[in-house]
Design a protein around this ligand. Structure first.
Ligand code: 5U1
Length: 680
C-alpha cells in the first residue's frame, strides 16, 4: 500500500525537527527541549519508520544505530593531506613562532592576528561531504591516507549527515577532533568494569578505541562528540579569507565548532588567551591539552606555507601534562562515610597539570589487582578536571625485581574494628559504624554539606577538630553546641562562632528530601530522597515502611530498599532522627496524592526567584512539586510562571520579555493554597 501523503509529511517533519534539535544542541549549544521531549520525538519517528519500511532513508536521524561488523577498514586517500601541528611549550617559543612568521612574511614588527581555540585531546577525523551529504569519514592515518570509518562516524549525533542552509559547497572535507567528555568516560568505564570489559586509561584512549571499532553498533553506544577545527579541501565555493570567518561559516552550515574560539592580536593576545583557557581547564567537561593559534588571514597562511608536515602559520601552545610518571612509595587506607576502605597511593610528589600531587586514589583492591600495581613501582598518575588524581597504571617496564602488592589491613586503621567484606561486594568496610571516628566525621560532613542541611561555616576541618576533641559523638550533638565551646576552637573567633550558631539555627528549617538525604543512608542520593519525600510525605511513614512498600517508589530498587530498612532498624539511627526533631528540625508538610496525573499542577513548570517570606526557595519548590509541578532553574517560553519573591534577579525581566506570567508571594500562596499550612 502506498504511503499516504500525510505519513510522508509527518516523517519528513519529524526528521527535520530532530535534526534541528541536534543542531541546536551540538552546534548552537542552545537546546530548546528537554532530553525526554527529544526522546519522545525520536521514538515517534522510529515507530512510524518501523510501520513503513519503504520510507527508509540513510539520512534519517534514526539511522545512527550502526551496522553489522566489518572485517577491516578500507584505506582511503585524503583529498588534501592532514597536517600536524608544531608545539610551543613556553612564552619564549611563542615569541619565536611569531618572529619566524614576521620574517617569512617580511612584515617587520607589524601586529599579526590569530584565531585561537582550545586543543581538544581526542583523535583527528576528516569528513567528506558531497552535495551537502556526508559520504566519507576517515582517520588521520599517516596524513596522506587514513582508515575509512564512515559507518562509525555516522553514529555520532554531533556529525550532521547532511549540511544545512543554502550556502553549502558542492564538495568539502572538514577536519576536526572526536573526543569523549569526562562524565561519559566515567560512565563507560563503570559499565566496562561491570561487564568485565576493557577499561580505558583516559578519555582520549576511550574515544580512539570507540571510533575504531569494527562493529559500529557498539560505537553508537559510546558517548563521542565531534568538533571541527578547519577545512581540508573545498570545491565550488568562495571562502572568506579569515580563519575565524571560515569557522563561523562551518557553524552556519551545521558543523560544531568550539564555543571558545576567539580572534586575538599579537603574541600578547595569544598569551592572555592561553592564561584564560588554562584557568578554565579544570572546570571544562572534556580534556584539552593546550590551545591552538592560527594566523587569521588566510592569504598570509598561504604565503607562510608549510614545513614538512606542519604549517608555519599555526602552533599548539601546550599545557602542563595531565598524566605524569612518579613512584608509588606506599598505600594508605581511608575510611569513608559508609565505612568503605579506599586505598590511597602515597606518591613521590610530582606536578600534574600544574598542581603538586602527593596522594592519588587507587579506587579499590580489585582495581589494584587488575592493574597489578606494586609498592615501589613507577606509576602513571592522571589529574583531569576537578576529579581526584588517580593512579592509571604501573610502568611495568621500569620494575626492577619483585615488589609487594598492597594488602588490605585486617583492622580499621582508625578505630581498630574488624575490616569485613560482604559477599558479592567489591568494598571492604570497617565494622565499627559510628564508633569509628572516621565514619563519624564523614557522616557529619555529609549532614552539613550544601545539598544536605547546608550548614554554612561548618567546613571539613572544623568537623574533624570537633570529632577529635570529642565535642560531637553524633549529628544531633551539633545542635547542642554553644558559643563558649565553639569560640574555644582553633581558628575560630567569636564572630565566626556566632555565625555558625546562626547557620545551625537556620538549617533547622529545611525540606523532608534534604533531611532524608542528609541522614546518609547508603545509596540514597538526592533524587531518591526527593522521590521518597514526595511519595511518603512523612519521615515516620518512611521509617515504618517495609521493603515492598519502599520499592513502589520510582528510583528505589531492592538494594536501596534494603539499605533504608537496615538503616532505620538501628535504634541509634531512630534516636538520631527523634533527637533532631526534638531540637526543632522541621519542613513543610507534603500532602501525598495517589496518582501524579491527578495533581493540580501536573504538566506545569515554575521558576522561583528572589526571597519568599516564611520559606526558602527549596521549600517552595517542594510545595510545587508535591502538587505535580516541575521546578526549573531557567526561564524559557515554556515556563508556566515565574514566582518572584523580594529582590528578584534578572529572571523576572526575562519572563516579561517572553510574555511569561510572574506571580508574587500572594499569587504563589493562592497557587499552592498554603494558607492553612504552617511554614515557619
Ligand atoms: N584546535 C585545533 N586542533 N588542531 C589540530 N586546531 C587544529 N589544527 C590542526 C590540528 C592538527 O591542524 C591544522 C593547523 C592544519
Amino acid at each position: 500500500m502506498a504511503v499516504s501523503d500525510q505519513v510522508n509529511a509527518e516523517v519528513s517533519s519529524l526528521r527535520d525537527e530532530i535534526n534541528t534539535h541536534n543542531h541546536r544542541y551540538y552546534v548552537l549549544d542552545d537546546p530548546q527541549i528537554t532530553d525526554q521531549a527529544y526522546d519522545r520525538l525520536y521514538r515517534k519517528l522510529q515507530a512510524i519508520e518501523q510501520q513503513h519500511p519503504e520510507l527508509y532513508s540513510t539520512e534519517s536521524p534514526t539511522q545512527r544505530v550502526g551496522s553489522p561488523p566489518a572485517t577491516h577498514f578500507k584505506t582511503v586517500e585524503h583529498r588534501m593531506p592532514m597536517l600536524s601541528l608544531d608545539n610551543a611549550f613556553d612564552e619564549g617559543e611563542m615569541h619565536a613562532f611569531e618572529k619566524r612568521l614576521l620574517d617569512k612574511l617580511g612584515l617587520g614588527d607589524q601586529a599579526l592576528h590569530y584565531t585561537a581555540e582550545p586543543k581538544l585531546d581526542g583523535l583527528a577525523l576528516s569528513l567528506l561531504y558531497q552535495q551537502g551529504k556526508l559520504v566519507r569519514a576517515a582517520t588521520r592515518g599517516d596524513g596522506k591516507s587514513g582508515e575509512d570509518i564512515t559507518a562509525n562516524a555516522r553514529t555520532l549525533p554531533s556529525i550532521p549527515l547532511r549540511l544545512f542552509g543554502s550556502k553549502v559547497p558542492s564538495g568539502i572535507e572538514i577536519r576536526g577532533e572526536v573526543y569523549m567528555e569526562h562524565a561519559g568516560f566515567a560512565e563507560l568505564n563503570d559499565e566496562q568494569r561491570n561487564i568485565g570489559g576493557k577499561v580505558f586509561a583516559n578519555p582520549r584512549n576511550a574515544a580512539a578505541g570507540s571510533l575504531r571499532l569494527l562493529d559500529s553498533r557498539i560505537t553508537a553506544t559510546r558517548p563521542l562528540t565531534f568538533c571541527s577545527f578547519g577545512i581540508g579541501w573545498l570545491e565550488g565555493y568562495d571562502l572568506p579569507d579569515s580563519q575565524y570567518q571560515r569557522m563561523s561559516l562551518l557553524r552556519s552550515i551545521g558543523i560544531p565548532v568550539s564555543a571558545y574560539i576567539e580572534r586575538v592580536e599579537g603574541v600578547q593576545g595569544c598569551l592572555d588567551y592561553y592564561q584564560r583557557i588554562l584557568a578554565q581547564r579544570d572546570s571544562l567537561a572534556f580534556d584539552i591539552d593546550g590551545v591552538v593559534f592560527k594566523l587569521d588571514d588566510t592569504t598570509q597562511q598561504a604565503l607562510a606555507g608549510n614545513v614538512a608536515k606542519a604549517p608555519r602559520w599555526a602552533v599548539a601552545y601546550k599545557f602542563p601534562a595531565q598524566e605524569v610518571m612518579t613512584r608509588l612509595i606506599g598505600v594508605d587506607f581511608q575510611v569513608g562515610r559508609t565505612g568503605a576502605l579506599t586505598p590511597v597511593a602515597r606518591l613521590e610528589p610530582v606536578s600534574v597539570g600544574g598542581v603538586k600531587v602527593s596522594n592519588a586514589t587507587l579506587h579499590n583492591m580489585d582495581e589494584i589487582h587488575r592493574k597489578d600495581i606494586r609498592i615501589g613501582d613507577m606509576v602513571i598518575v592522571r589529574r583531569a578536571g576537578d576529579v581526584i588524581p588517580e593512579v592509571v597504571a604501573p610502568v611495568v617496564a621500569q620494575r626492577t625485581g619483585e615488589l609487594p602488592l598492597p594488602k588490605m589491613p585486617e583492622l580499621c586503621p582508625v578505630c581498630r574494628s574488624d575490616v569485613v567484606r560482604q559477599e558479592g561486594q567489591a568494598a571492604y568496610r570497617c565494622s565499627g559504624g559510628l564508633i569509628c571516628a572516621a565514619q563519624r566525621k564523614e557522616a557529619i560532613k555529609h549532614f552539613a554539606s550544601r545539598k544536605a542541611m547546608d550548614i554554612e561555616g561548618l567546613g571539613d576541618k572544623l568537623v574533624e577538630q570537633m570529632v577529635e576533641l570529642g565535642m560531637i559523638q553524633s549529628i544531633s550533638d551539633l545542635y547542642h553546641l554553644d558559643l563558649s565551646q565553639l569560640a574555644g576552637l582553633e581558628r575560630m573567633a567569636e564572630k565566626s562562632a556566632s555565625n555558625l550558631l546562626q547557620a545551625l539555627d537556620t538549617s533547622l528549617s529545611t525540606t523532608l528530601a534534604r533531611f532524608i538525604f542528609a541522614l546518609g543512608i547508603r545509596e540514597v542520593g538526592e533524587a531518591t530522597a526527593e522521590a521518597l519525600a514526595l511519595s511518603f510525605g512523612s519521615i515516620n511513614e518512611i521509617m515504618q515502611a517495609d521493603i515492598e512498600k519502599l520499592q513502589q517508589v520510582d528510583d528505589v530498587g531492592p538494594v536501596v530498599a534494603e539499605n533504608i530498612v537496615f538503616f532505620f532498624a538501628q535504634q541509634s539511627n531512630r534516636d538520631i532522627v527523634q533527637n533532631l526533631i526534638k531540637q526543632g528540625i522541621h519542613w513543610p508538610e507534603i500532602e501525598v496524592t495517589e496518582s501524579s496525573q491527578k495533581l493540580p499542577l501536573a504538566g506545569l513548570t515554575y521558576v522561583i526567584t528572589g526571597t519568599l517570606e516564611g520559606l526558602s526557595r527549596d521549600q517552595a519548590a517542594v510545595l510545587l512539586k508535591a502538587q505535580g509541578a516541575k521546578v526549573s532553574g531557567s526561564v524559557s517560553a515554556k515556563t508556566s510562571a515565574v514566582i518572584a519573591g523580594a529582590k528578584p534577579g534578572s529572571k523576572v525581566s526575562k519572563a516579561e520579555a517572553l510574555g511569561v506570567k510572574v506571580l508574587d508571594q500572594a499569587g504563589f500562596e493562592s497557587l499552592i493554597k498554603i494558607n492553612g499550612v504552617s511554614i515557619d
